[in-house]
Design a protein around this ligand. Structure first.
Ligand code: HEM
Length: 403
């Protein structure tokens, strides 16, 4: 359970803390409920992937039963003598590192950013909003974004508790339990001059009187210094199938697509994405000359509310000619409680009420590139980086329609 002060948090946090008995007791019934229905701890990848991805959140049956048993036995306080006396004794609460304080008073887990961006005006998440996903333009608030720069890290700092997750073309993603995106030394991504940085926000809250919130989410980037060497340029691509036509009421519509890897890559992370009708996703790998498919990722119970990023502990080397076979299942029936309209025929589209079946992945070239920061940037890398730029739409300076 996250709470402020833990090192692996992106600032997108669970709604309460359980660092002491008094706090935990209040939540006991809900803790048992969430453990039994499997919605906590939140994680999408099937148990078969345990040990493969960073920040995984599995709970053993034994621990689960221990917690449920504690609740069912009346959620009693343990022996005072056994209680950890300092925060350090609580392995869970001992932060591995501390956030850095910037001169303007803001706190950053990745270190003080070289450039910062923010919304033109705070976003008004009005009383009626319960589940709102605007794509918002970020404006430079500090540092220099007027020249091409190599970044090593990015961080999104949520500006309200209603932010459920955020995805940005240059800032990366903010999801519960995920810290800033910090690449190892020599790994980086290019932020082209004057990038058009957008942030796709997902605001989730109860609707109704008194629930309006103002959101001031900000983003930051950490750049390499001239003379540093970039060996691995992180890129991402989004294989997708836009031909889906999901019939009204269909509880198990299946759609597939294939994606061939043209040149050898190091695969860093997988980030599949669909909307409310997304039910499950499987990404299988076909290696040249090998008949049997290998399951790279199996998410048996996809949940649009949790946009997980499956990052390998050890990047995978995939040869040229390897193929990803992507299969999505969708539930367009009334049984799917997240379904906004089971009577609708659903096609591909950008709104949450439309569907997507993306299989975004992050990768680098396997051989070191030896790019010296400050030297001319290879045209192909610049073009690739600019592909992340979404040009301003008709919504103008804000980049989104108000709710
Ligand atoms: C044994 C482990 C965990 C238990 C028992 C647990 C329990 C709970 C409970 C009871 C709630 C619901 C509060 C409500 O309904 O008002 C909740 C919500 C939440 N938890 Fe957890 N949690 C666990 C692990 C985690 C972890 C590891 C994360 C993130 C890294 C997390 C993130 C969240 C978030 C963001 C919410 C709010 C969204 C939601 O209600 O779905 N939890 N958790």
């Amino acid at each position: 359970m996250p709470s402020a002060g833990r090192s692996n948090l992106g600032g997108v946090q669970a709604p309460f803390s359980v660092l002491n008995f008094e706090e935990a007791k209040i939540w006991a019934p809900l803790i048992s409920l969430r453990l039994k229905n499997g919605s906590m701890p939140p994680w999408g990848a099937h148990q078969q992937h345990q040990g493969t991805f960073k920040n995984e959140r599995y709970i053993s049956d034994e621990d689960k039963q221990l917690l449920i048993g504690w609740v069912e036995a009346g959620a009693l306080e343990g022996d005072a003598e056994d209680q950890p006396s300092t925060a350090d004794e609580l392995a869970l609460s001992a932060p591995a590192n501390e956030p850095t304080l910037a001169p303007d008073g803001s706190m950053w887990w990745m270190g003080v950013p070289d450039a910062t961006v923010a919304f033109a005006d705070p976003v008004q998440v009005c009383e009626e909003a319960s589940d709102w996903q605007p794509t918002i333009l970020m404006h430079r608030t500090g540092g220099d974004l007027s020249k091409h720069q190599w970044a090593q890290a990015s961080e999104i700092r949520p500006g309200s508790s209603t932010m459920h997750h955020g995805t940005s073309n240059y800032l990366g993603v903010a999801v519960p339990g995920r810290g800033p995106q910090v690449y190892p030394d020599g790994w980086g991504f290019l932020v082209p001059s004057d990038p058009f940085i957008t942030l796709n926000m997902h605001y989730a809250k109860q609707s109704g009187p008194g629930t309006a919130v103002e959101d001031n989410t900000v983003g930051g980037l950490l750049f390499y210094e001239p003379g540093d060497v970039i060996d691995y340029v992180v890129q991402n691509t989004i294989p997708m199938n836009t031909d889906i036509v999901i019939p009204p009421g269909d509880p198990n519509y299946m759609a597939t697509h294939e994606h061939t890897i043209e040149e050898e890559i190091l695969l860093l992370a997988l980030a599949p994405h669909s909307h409310y009708r997304g039910k499950a996703v499987k990404i299988e790998l076909e290696l040249p000359g090998v008949d049997e498919l290998e399951t790279l990722l199996w998410v048996p119970d996809y949940d649009f509310n949790w946009q997980f990023h499956y990052e390998y502990h050890e990047p995978r080397l995939l040869p040229a000619g390897a193929k990803m076979h992507v299969t999505w299942w969708f539930d367009n029936s009334a049984e799917n409680l997240a379904n906004p309209d089971p009577t609708a025929e659903v096609r591909w589209g950008p709104k949450s009420s439309d569907e997507m079946m993306n299989a975004r992945y992050y990768f680098t070239k396997p051989e070191p590139q030896g790019i010296v920061v400050g030297d001319a940037i290879p045209e192909s890398i610049l073009a690739q980086a600019r592909r992340g730029t979404i040009l301003p739409g008709p919504a103008g300076r804000l980049g989104y329609e108000k709710y």
